[in-house]
Design a protein around this ligand. Structure first.
Ligand code: IYR
Length: 224
């Protein structure tokens, strides 16, 4: 074990806004996030790489256990690779829908109208594949453990999804199961486990979404 570093502190850069402004900004964000929806009908229109890498940079500002940042984002725009991912995902999903998912699960998905066909995987111009890292190999070859890895990766994905929406793009949180094919197709090392597959782009003209609602606040909030 190497000696722990002495903590170093720097001033927080912060300007306290007046309360009326906090109120207005809170409302504005709420109105924006109320319009966020998962989309499966994508336009093939490309999104510039610089926009996508900035969105990923935003995701990487998320808090993480012991600041280990236990994630890897793989940005896939190459069509051949997207086709390979679609083919492998559909093979797994076909088995899932036809053999692996219990009736109760299929029933729960009925309002979403999903099935094993995953056209969006090669129609959307970009896929962001998020991997979680339970450990990391340091430059000197030592292994360093991640902490609260799924919480950290989940928060980073939340940042990413919010940033995508804020930018005026759409995405889907897709979890083909199992996701091991992503390790092989994307040549990832053993410390990286697939966490979430996020197609990103513009919606197709006339894109449709399931007619579903969020729970009202009263159902999800308890104030003590
Ligand atoms: N992975 C499958 C099934 C699926 C599961 C849940 I939970 C969803 O919210 C949506 C779909 C699929 O992508 O179709």
């Amino acid at each position: 074990m190497s000696k722990p570093e002495r903590p170093r502190f720097i001033p927080l850069e912060y300007h306290r806004p007046p309360e009326y402004e906090v109120r207005a900004r809170t409302r504005e964000l709420l109105q924006l996030m109320r319009r966020r929806r998962s989309v499966r009908d994508f336009s093939p229109d490309p999104v510039p790489t610089e926009i996508l890498t900035d969105l990923i940079c935003t995701a990487s500002q998320a808090p993480s256990g012991a600041n280990r940042q236990p994630w890897r984002f793989v940005l896939v725009t190459d069509l051949t690779t997207r086709r390979k991912i679609r083919e492998a995902a559909e093979a797994e999903e076909k088995k899932s829908y036809e053999e692996r998912m219990p009736e109760e699960w299929l029933l729960a998905l009925e309002p979403l109208g999903t099935n094993w066909h995953k056209e969006f995987l090669d129609i959307a111009p970009a896929l962001i594949v998020v991997f979680r890292k339970d450990w990391e190999t340091l430059a000197d070859g030592r292994k360093q453990k991640g902490y609260y890895v799924s919480e950290s990766a989940g928060i980073a994905c939340g940042f990413l999804i919010s940033a995508i929406h804020q930018a005026g793009l759409v995405c889907l949180t897709h979890t083909p199961s199992p996701m091991k094919f992503l390790v092989e197709i994307l040549h990832r090392p053993p410390e990286e486990k697939p966490f979430l597959l996020i197609p990103v782009g513009y919606p197709a003209p006339g894109a449709r979404i399931p007619d579903i609602r969020r729970k009202p606040l009263a159902e999800i909030l308890s104030v003590v």
